[in-house]
Design a protein. Structure first.
Length: 205
């Protein structure tokens, strides 16, 4: 039986990467699809682990060859998902985790309607900004851009099958694992939409 594709998206600072890494450690049947990006690696990033880092010219050549499942401009850089890797892994019966933005998620869902999509929310605007500043690797201009981008990201949260609030990391991870477990067992979980929190994050109340 083919595996299931799980799409996880979130604004920068919501804790998406930490949650997905913890899920991968806990679940041996889940494989991460490592995205390609045209941006330079950050000091702590490893090629082939965090991203496949390629030049913009090489990325655009890959687009021309139809090698991407989806690709988009994210924070001014190109990011994309390898079509071959995703399809081959699913065919082997393993689940695949895509950690992408809402643009990529929309494109993937259109091609694979059986995919399970999950959006991670921060618990508040204040906490989101605190997390972004705690990274200490971005300058003020970058932080302000990420905060503006986060607002756009949050406007698309309602498009996803499930929404998880990452206030307590352990609880959020448990929710993520429960979604995977329920899908494998053919169950449907109640969908918490967190409407009031989303309105607050978007400054609508």
């Amino acid at each position: 039986m083919a595996g299931t594709l799980y799409i996880v998206a979130a604004p920068s600072g919501a804790g998406k990467t930490s949650l997905t890494r913890a899920l991968l450690e806990r679940d041996p049947n889940m494989a991460l699809s490592v995205s390609y990006t045209s941006r330079a690696p950050r000091p702590n990033e490893v090629d082939g682990v965090h991203y496949h880092f390629v030049s913009r010219a090489e990325f655009e050549a890959m687009v021309a060859r139809g090698e991407f499942f989806e690709h988009a401009v994210v924070h001014g850089d190109l990011k994309g998902t390898s079509r071959k890797v995703v399809e081959e892994t699913l065919a082997l019966g393993r689940d695949v985790l895509l950690e992408i933005d809402w643009q990529g998620a929309r494109i993937v869902r259109a091609q694979m309607p059986d995919a399970v999509s999950i959006f991670i929310l921060p618990p508040s605007r204040t906490e989101l900004e605190r997390r972004l500043r705690a990274r200490a690797s971005d300058n003020e201009l970058t932080i302000q851009r990420r905060l503006a981008d986060a607002r756009q990201d949050l406007q698309h949260a309602a498009e996803f099958d499930y929404i998880i609030v990452n206030e307590n990391f352990a609880s959020a991870l448990d929710e993520l694992c429960e979604i995977v477990k329920a899908r494998r067992e053919g169950c449907e979980l109640p969908q918490m939409r967190h409407t009031a929190l989303l309105a607050d994050l978007l400054g609508q109340k």
